[in-house]
Design a protein around this ligand. Structure first.
Ligand SMILES: Cc1ncc(C[n+]2csc(CCOP(=O)(O)OP(=O)(O)O)c2C)c(N)n1
Ligand SMILES: [Mg+2]
Length: 687
């Protein structure tokens, strides 16, 4: 078989596996894999430095399929290149990640060929995609990470990190705003390690893009500052390879390749139509397509002789050699730079370096106190000094979020200073979320920040971080009505409830400066969960921990902060964040009135839910039904803790524009309101 014949056979294998899998599943997206098989073939078999034997080799080239609906491209290539499976403990399992059987069971329960690419579920998937635009934006975070890693760890003669990021995307990714945010930042940062290939097929679900999308995309990318190339025929693998070569030689800017393609290539009736996008071709059409490819018409899931060997001789050999060379290089590096090598190894396993929590502040009791955001800023600055690969920033609100790293040498991440630890995402919250994910997928420990209200703008990426089990951190400040005068556009109401509803996301709203410290201490130790911190803008009293319980209770999600003498309360006050000190004030007033109350500080529902039943019952005893919850947020969901007869002092409307004191009065966040609610609760039960 000639080289050309082997290439054609391999490409048609990718195509027909996709066609057969979608046909068998009776659902899926055959058209784009049919069109992009040559691109994926070329990128993997001719260009990428990736060893199928070790899909977590730190210096591998990354491949991101941002048009995740075309997942069969990925399942086919992972299978044909025999990428090996790895588990969550980073152990190699000795079997392929995606088997032919998985492909036969495409989209079925437990198959390693699910509907869309799922990081953590299938080895070799670099990031979860499907929500269009997320993949391209995440790939920018990967490119940022590569630059940072290269700057910190490469030494003369030791290019430990010199990998590239290849991203494939469709019209959807070009239309979604998050892609534009990310593209703009990628160009500003001069990320020449990043290449996006746009599948310019003029087709989306509703038909030809002439009905929706008539801008000049290439001109847009030129304007951003990308190097823009065009390959006029998606079947021309030499031109594709040439364009990718140009990418690798381009310095100072990312590369955007416009690839003109035909969705459903080879299908006599569906070629170039949206009918090829998201449904099986149908048995008759499948036969016609296979005939057009010169394929046996009745063969299903066929991998012809020579195809596995062809990939083994291409990416298999090149990747193995590259990794072996790197492994030798890394051994020599470890000899010469043992500390740096240890860092790299710890980072890869998401471990923390020794002394990571050294010098975290302890705040003494202070009735005036300190704002959550200020306490957070102090902690972030300490963590960033203790953990070399801990870095991040804000979406243009650093001075307000107090997330700026101000210690000597922290530096700004900019094209000329890729070792900086302060990321400036610009006013691009959505891209920030995805970029943070991309950095985390590259094993850095990143954080992002903005006002809590604008967490909405990053929410799709936060959701994906949770789905992917990434330990990213979001420091959101101005957590409630604290920025009073800015008014209801800036006052979160439903945000806590909506984030608490994301399965697996850790949401924390600390009550005072020491709870902020403990919140970070907890979050930093997470290896597979993202966390959101909701921090106050305004000062909060620093509670006297000699009088009240220790802030380390944060690690249980909720804890008894203040109690009736000898325990056995008659009424329980549960609060989070800024409302905890109000609850404490109410508790003292109740005590003066001879009423036995308990204050439960509940910074995190999620963490509390994971404690033993015994612990939860000890905090919220089943026989104490008189309960009041206080939180400056939507009351939604608090019934689960106060029960059907309890009382929730929270928000039922949007806020208003006024000084905080007046808002607290208007909306009932005052100690006497809590006292009244507690007495009413007790009265109901006495009656
Ligand atoms: C954020 C988001 N919105 C909507 C969808 C549903 N959807 C999946 S594919 C698709 C059309 C994508 O068109 P294009 O990217 O051009 O892909 P092609 O059909 O060319 O493969 C849409 C709307 C989605 N997956 N993500
Ligand atoms: Mg399209």
């Amino acid at each position: 078989m000639s080289k050309e014949q082997a290439a054609e056979l391999s490409i048609n294998t990718i195509r027909t596996l996709a066609i057969d899998a979608v046909q068998q599943a009776k659902s899926g997206h055959p058209g784009t894999p049919m069109a992009l098989a040559p691109l994926v073939y070329t990128t993997w078999n001719r260009v990428m430095n990736f060893d199928p034997q070790d899909p977590i080799w730190p210096n591998r080239d990354r491949f991101v399929l941002s048009n995740g609906h075309a997942s069969m491209l990925l399942w086919s290539i992972l299978h044909l290149t025999q990428v090996q499976a790895v588990n969550a403990e980073y152990e190699r399992l000795g079997h392929p990640s995606v088997t032919l059987d998985d492909i036969r069971r495409f989209r079925q329960l437990d198959s390693k060929a699910p509907g869309h690419p799922e990081y953590h579920w299938v080895s070799g998937v670099e990031t979860t995609t499907g929500p269009l635009g997320q993949g391209v934006a995440t790939s920018v975070g990967m490119a940022v990470a590569q630059k940072w890693l290269a700057n910190r760890y490469n030494r003369p003669g030791f290019d430990i990190f010199d990998y590239k990021i290849y991203t494939v995307c469709g019209d959807g990714c070009m239309m979604e705003g998050v892609g534009s945010e990310a593209a703009s930042l990628a160009a500003h940062l001069g990320l020449d390690n990043l290449c996006w290939v746009w599948d310019n097929n003029h087709i989306t679900i509703e038909g030809n893009t002439s009905i929706t999308f008539t801008e000049d995309v290439a001109a847009r990318f030129v304007a951003y500052g990308w190097n823009v190339l065009r390959v006029g025929d998606a079947n021309d693998i030499d031109s594709i390879e040439h364009a990718l070569d140009i990418f690798r030689q381009t310095k100072g800017r990312p590369t955007f390749i416009v690839l003109d393609s035909h969705i459903g290539y080879g299908s006599p009736h569906k070629h170039d139509t949206s009918a090829a996008h998201g449904e099986p071709l149908g048995d008759d059409e499948v036969r016609l397509v296979k005939r057009a490819y010169g394929w046996p018409e009745d063969a299903k899931f066929l991998v012809p002789d020579g195809v596995y060997d062809h990939f083994a001789a291409g990416i298999g050999k090149r990747g193995r050699e590259a990794r072996q060379k790197w492994t030798e290089l890394f051994s020599a590096y470890r000899e010469k730079y043992p500390e740096l090598a240890t860092e790299i190894e710890q980072m890869q396993k998401r471990e923390l370096p020794a002394g990571w929590d050294r010098n975290l502040p302890v705040f003494s009791a202070d009735p005036k106190g300190i704002a959550g955001r200020d306490a957070s800023g102090k902690v972030l600055n300490m963590l960033a000094q203790n953990i070399p690969w801990f870095l991040g920033g804000s979406a243009d609100l650093g001075p307000s979020n107090k997330t700026t790293l101000t210690y000597d040498g922290a530096g700004d991440f900019q094209p000329a200073t890729p070792g900086g630890k302060n990321l400036h995402y610009g006013i691009r919250e959505h891209a920030m979320g995805a970029i943070v994910n991309g950095m985390s997928l590259s094993k850095l420990r990143p954080f992002g920040a903005t006002f809590f209200i604008f967490s909405d703008y990053a929410r799709p990426a936060i959701r994906l971080a949770t789905l992917m089990e990434l330990p990213v951190i979001f420091a959101f400040t101005h957590d409630a009505m604290g920025d009073g005068e800015d008014g209801p556009t800036h006052q979160p109401v439903e945000h806590l409830a909506s984030l608490r509803a994301i399965p697996g996301l850790v949401t924390l709203r600390p009550a005072d400066a020491n709870e902020v410290v403990e919140a970070y201490r907890y979050v930093l130790q997470l290896r597979h969960q993202p966390a959101v911190l909701a921090l106050s803008r305004q000062v909060l009293p620093t509670l006297d921990r000699n009088k009240y319980a220790a802030a380390s209770g944060v690690s249980k999600g909720a804890y008894v902060l203040a109690d009736a003498p000898g325990g056995k309360p008659d009424v329980i006050l549960i609060a989070s964040g800024s409302e905890v000190s109000l609850a404490v004030e109410a508790h003292e007033k109740l005590r003066a009135d001879g009423i036995r109350s308990r204050v439960v500080s509940m910074p995190s529902w999620d963490i509390f839910e994971h404690q033993t039943q015994e612990y939860r019952d000890s905090v919220l005893p089943l026989d104490v039904l008189a309960r009041v919850a206080i939180e400056q947020a939507s009351t939604f969901g608090w019934e689960r803790y106060v029960g059907p007869t309890g009382r929730v002092i929270g928000m039922h409307t949007f806020g208003a524009s006024a000084p905080l004191k007046e808002l607290q009065k208007k909306f009932g966040f005052e100690p006497y309101e809590i006292v009244a609610a507690a007495k009413e609760q007790l009265g109901r039960r006495a009656a």
